[in-house]
Design a protein. Sequence first.
Length: 178
Amino acid sequence: MDGSLPALYLGVLIVLLGVSAWFVLGQIIKTRRIETTLARLQRKLKQEPGTTQEYFELGSIYLSKKLATQAIPLLQKALKAAENEQETYLAPIYNALGYAYFIQEQYDLAIRYYKDALKNQPEYVTAANNLGHAYEKKNLAQPALEAYQHTLRHDPNNGIAQRRVSSLQKRLSGASAS
């Protein structure tokens, strides 16, 4: 009995260390994969024009690193390449451009690109949520509410939109009561 408690603690410690090592190893592999893709795309796009997907992928990697100034020209090239390739599914590119401007606090441009994403694909709830968030940053509660309600029309179970609609409705009803 005296030896079982330390053995139990040791067992729990080993399990915790194993789980931690698994997560750290997963992150290392994921980071390595992203960095390899980044290097490959940078090399390729320096040598020759790329495809819509290549420009979009590289721009998205820069956005994930919060490097909006490097992402924007690539995403614009993705749009231009999409026109040349006669792509019709442009909503993710517009949304990514909107996000790039959003993280630079250029909310008017972000709103423009989020609206373009929704014009291209009205049921794109990520763009609608992002549009609502950009309107909120500009303190435009009514358009933000409308954007989140748009999300809920296409995805009634969207938790973000549900919370934001509730909050904005309270704020608007409190403002109109004043």
